[in-house]
Write a protein that binds this ligand. Sequence first.
Ligand SMILES: [Zn+2]
Ligand SMILES: [Zn+2]
Ligand SMILES: [Zn+2]
Length: 94
Amino acid sequence: MAQECTHIENAISFVTLPPGPLRCEECVNKGMSWVHLRMCTKCGHVGCCDSSPGRHATNHFRSTNHPIIKSAEPGEEWYWCFVDEVAFAMKQVQ
Ligand SMILES: [Zn+2]
Ligand SMILES: [Zn+2]
Ligand SMILES: [Zn+2]
């Protein structure tokens, strides 16, 4: 059964990645390393993915309730809603 995100209109202000090189500031501050980066589409926060030890993108959602992240990896154009636990692509956003 297809599940849809109900937060797209309110939670997407940032779709363009900030100028690189991107980094997870929280990992940098703690001397940790990350695997992949995700950008919060509500405020532009960049954090690391759940495969990274810090899981700072998920931590950002838990502390701010900003529901949607975009992959910050080059060439990747997918989004993920933490609340609905659904992934979707750019064409559904525009
Ligand atoms: Zn959603
Ligand atoms: Zn991190
Ligand atoms: Zn945010």
